[in-house]
Design a protein around this ligand. Structure first.
Ligand code: 2NL
Length: 339
């Protein structure tokens, strides 16, 4: 019994820290030729009247050595050592869950990518804008319906501030910098005070383009936009330009593509016309150039603007514009992609 007490003291002082010292401990105390087994074998030499007391001390010692072993195995030894040995580093790692790109971002990135191949850089600007950069500089006179309170969200504390109604404010700011020539696209979010429905929202996305240099012509405008839709919808796409009006361009036009649903036959999507309107464009109005300190006798330029939501709805067969901003993961997960 004194011997058992001595063993206990020895065990308490043991520096078991790694797999090797743990294994040495196991063999010495718990192995088939170990101390516990040897003490058990002593039982037969113990006098009958002491067997019970010795048995109790013996059992307690056995439990003590086993508990120590389990405890050490958890902290120091076996866990770490065998975990290292069990890892096959040649196996591929656990896959990380991929997020998904928003469909509006997918469409916007594709548009940017096409224009970047033509040398257009991406420009960005504020969504809260002053009246000058959103309206006045763009040749929008004060009585113009686009400035009506019904369409525009104004900032209550300062009626000169508003949420931009198009991304043209960025073009104005770029022109103001005075570095020409300029060849840029402006993607971004814009705001209109409209009733929210399946077809329209009070905020949406737009991409506008601007090219200003000496001798930029309407032919350059047409060929640039024709290249864009060919890259977007395929080489055989049919297009048409219709005369139109915008205060900031003269002349102005709208470009239609052959309806992607009925291929010109006429359906509910194209309102039986066979054509889909996809963008507005024109030669930058001389007043706009003058407002930005650019000499309209030396420089000309073209500009265009298109919405991103509508072609995205068409491309993915989505029937409600509100899905874009509801953050429903069942909707968003359908666009999982590495791009
Ligand atoms: C549309 C039409 C357009 C522009 C945007 C523009 C900007 C400046 C000067 C001249 Cl700074 N033009 N932008 C020009 C024509 C059409 O957008 O229907 N957008 C959705």
């Amino acid at each position: 019994m004194q011997q058992i007490e001595a063993y206990k003291k020895e065990i308490e002082a043991l520096p078991v820290t790694d797999a090797k010292s743990l294994e040495e401990y196991r063999i010495k105390y718990l192995g088939t030729k170990g101390i516990v087994k040897a003490l058990m074998a002593e039982m037969k030499n113990v006098a009958n009247d002491q067997k019970k007391a010795f048995g109790q001390v013996m059992n307690e010692f056995k439990q003590f050595t086993e508990a120590k072993y389990e405890n050490w195995k958890d902290i120091a030894g076996n866990g770490a050592a065998s975990a290292v040995a069990d890892i096959d580093t040649s196996l591929p790692g656990d896959p990380l869950p991929l997020g998904s790109r928003h469909p509006i971002s997918l469409m916007r990135n594709k548009m940017i990518e096409i224009f970047s191949r033509l040398g257009f850089a991406v420009a960005d600007g504020p969504e809260i804008e002053d009246d000058f950069h959103n309206f006045t500089a763009l040749n929008l006179p004060e009585h113009h319906p686009a400035r009506d309170m019904q369409d525009t969200f104004y900032v209550q504390q300062n009626p000169d501030w508003l949420l931009r109604t198009h991304t043209s404010n960025v073009q104005i700011r770029e022109m103001e910098k005075g570095k020409l020539p300029l060849r840029i696209v402006m993607p971004g979010r814009v705001y209109r005070n409209e009733t929210v429905s399946a077809r329209s929202h009070c905020f949406f996305h737009q991409i506008e383009g601007l090219y200003i240099d000496e001798n930029v012509s309407f032919a350059d405008l047409k060929q640039t936009l024709y290249f864009f839709v060919q890259e977007m919808y395929g080489k055989n796409i049919k297009v048409r330009f219709r005369p139109s009006y915008f205060p900031f361009t003269e002349p102005s036009a709208e470009m239609d593509i052959e309806c992607q649903i009925c291929h010109g036959a006429g359906c509910s999507i194209c309102k039986r016309t066979g054509w889909l309107e996809i963008l507005g464009c024109g030669m930058v109005h001389p007043n706009v150039l003058t407002n930005c300190n650019i000499d309209p006798n030396k420089y000309t330029g073209f500009a265009f603007g298109m919405g991103i939501e509508r072609p995205t709805l068409l491309k993915y067969g989505i029937n409600d514009i509100r899905l874009f901003s509801e953050n429903d993961v069942r909707f968003l997960r359908q666009f999982t992609s590495a791009v």
